[in-house]
Design a protein around this ligand. Structure first.
Ligand code: PLP
Length: 287
């Protein structure tokens, strides 16, 4: 069976799925997206992603394309039709189709919605987590509203390409103050030289990661010293451990930053434990 996509009210063959050339997502990046991890065929951290979708849409004044209850059914159906046990489901909502003109069309068009799902090989993901991955740093050059999950991702695309060309999986943006903001598609964490678990606070210009928020709640009961405090690339390179979080990577240990080993160059105990805890939590709560 080939892949199936949901496009504006219909399930269609992925290879034949299409949107209008004057979709404002295509013309202006005028849209938002969400990504859920799929574990055991169910959506991980479902409520957090729904809440963020609502917020992103609200910030851009794009109406919700359907109720949360209806959307839940369509997402589940997309996962089922694609027979995904472990993977990702991607949803994109744009302001809709209208003759090209920058201001919001008046009257507002019907928002356009696309949902796709893809399988991830759990053995490959596990192997990558066991080995750990590399990141590179790159100057922050995104707009000032990175808290909105918009489809406007060109700086992220360029940063990811830089990472790929360096044999890394992720790029960490570094702001004008010399502090890491986040990854191009993940949040950034370290266990610093003093043993303090640190990640950037959400008042900064970063995406409020759903995985990040869940992990914070899990850490609460562990007795780990934790601070929402930014760090420099130098602090990260001399840290005991580093890792990233996101729907695509869950919790992924980072063992190299700009070519320098973190710690002994192998995944550390905190990152390994948190990966395990997060996956257990996500499987338990998935719906
Ligand atoms: N930061 C950015 C820029 C992202 O694109 C993502 C995920 O796509 C994240 C952080 C992690 O967010 P989440 O944990 O909600 O997937």
């Amino acid at each position: 069976m080939g892949r199936i996509a949901y496009v504006n009210g219909r399930f269609v063959r992925h290879a034949e799925a299409a949107v209008h050339i004057e979709d404002r997502g295509y013309q202006f990046s005028d849209g938002v997206y969400e990504v859920w991890a799929v574990l055991d065929g169910k959506l991980a951290d479902s409520a957090g992603h729904f809440a963020r979708l609502k917020r992103s849409l609200g910030e851009l004044r794009i109406p919700a394309p359907m109720s949360d209850a209806a959307l839940k059914i369509v997402l589940a159906e997309t996962v089922r039709k694609n027979r995904i046990r472990e993977g990702l489901v991607y949803l994109q909502v744009t302001r809709g189709v209208a003759p090209r003109d920058h201001p919001f069309p008046d009257p507002p068009p019907v928002p356009a919605i696309v949902i796709t799902a893809k399988a991830v090989d759990p053995a490959i993901a596990k192997q990558r987590a066991q080995k750990g991955a590399a990141v590179v740093t790159t100057p922050e050059n995104r707009w000032g509203r990175c808290d909105i999950k918009t489809v406007s991702l060109l700086p992220n695309v360029l940063a990811k390409q830089k990472a790929k060309e360096a044999g890394a999986v992720e790029a960490w943006f570094v702001d004008d103050l010399g502090l890491v903001t986040e990854g191009a598609s993940s949040n950034a964490w370290i266990v610093d030289a003093a043993g303090v678990l640190r990640t950037r606070d959400i008042q900064a210009n970063i995406l409020r990661g759903v995985t990040r928020a869940s992990l914070l709640a899990l850490i609460d009961g562990l007795g780990v010293t934790f601070e929402e405090r930014p760090f420099t690339p130098a602090e990260a390179k001399s840290a005991k451990e580093a890792f990233i979080t996101g729907a695509g990577t869950l919790v992924l240990p980072i063992v190299r930053i700009d070519g320098a080993n973190v710690g002994n160059g192998a995944p550390g105990p905190v990152a390994k434990r948190l990966r395990h805890l997060y996956i257990e939590h996500a499987r338990r709560g998935a719906d």
